[in-house]
Design a protein around this ligand. Structure first.
Ligand SMILES: C[S@@+](CC[C@H](N)C(=O)[O-])C[C@H]1O[C@@H](n2cnc3c(N)ncnc32)[C@H](O)[C@@H]1O
Length: 230
């Protein structure tokens, strides 16, 4: 496994669609990286930008990118050997609307300018059950308030998760805010799925590595989609 990780890390360095900036200048000197420049410097278009936080192997990033060539996708994770899977697939398929960024979500504001991001996917993020304040849980309102700095007004956040606590917390934290819940279900593949149109069925059927594992264990999958108001 260690050897495999080394191979994946080395391969990432050869990919022009993988960005692995040094975090030290960002943390210590308040430097930024590609902030406000993703479209101009990498995608070379003005298309919408969708990011997946904690993307793991990047299943959502790559499969959505393949289905929507006129939307830009960026998968973000601190573990480069994980998203190497997605980066490889994107390269093999010749997808030019996919990139990956290795960093910690805690410093996410260093990477995006106001209004730069259209949509955020949070897929099976680490639940951090002992984090009562939400300061570590990237699905918490503490983090939405960070995302608000760079997502467009009315931009969409999707949370897909196996953990009922994440789902309930999101609904509770949304209550009384001016964020608008667009859709939610505590059992995506139950009756809710039958009520969806074909496009949403396709989108919500994308299975990540962790989702497949939880489904095999018989867990239900929860989903919340809401719009962020500035
Ligand atoms: C449970 S896995 C889910 C991965 C993938 N979304 C899936 O569904 O298969 C959580 C992912 O989030 C990443 N992660 C956790 N905390 C992070 C943080 N603070 N910054 C960046 N990535 C983080 C982990 O490296 C891991 O790949």
């Amino acid at each position: 496994m260690a050897k495999d990780k080394l191979k994946r890390w080395a391969e990432n360095k050869t990919f022009t669609h993988v960005f692995e900036p040094n975090l030290l200048p960002i943390i210590k000197e308040g430097k930024t990286f590609m902030k406000g420049e993703w479209r101009k410097k990498f995608y070379k278009n003005d298309n919408p930008l969708v990011i997946e936080l904690g993307c793991g192997k990047g299943e959502y990033t790559v499969q959505l990118a393949e289905a929507n060539p006129h939307i830009n996708y960026l998968g973000i994770d601190v573990k480069g050997h994980r998203f190497n899977h997605g980066a490889r697939i994107a390269k093999a398929k010749g997808l030019t609307n996919v990139a990956f960024l290795r960093t910690r979500i805690e410093f996410i504001e260093a990477f995006f300018a106001p209004n730069e991001v259209d949509e955020i996917w949070l897929t099976f993020s680490d639940p951090q059950p002992r984090d009562e304040t939400g300061l570590k849980r990237i699905t918490s309102s503490f983090f939405w308030n960070k995302y608000k700095h760079f997502i467009k007004d009315n931009g969409v956040i999707h949370i897909k998760h196996d953990n009922p606590m994440i789902y309930q917390n999101a609904l509770e934290e949304l209550e009384g805010t001016n964020y608008v819940i667009e859709s939610h279900s505590e059992d995506v593949y139950g009756d809710y799925f039958q009520s969806l149109d074909e496009q949403w069925k396709k989108i919500l059927s994308i299975r990540t590595f962790y989702e497949s594992r939880w489904l095999e264990e018989g867990k239900k999958i929860h989903y919340v989609r809401f719009r962020i108001r500035q």
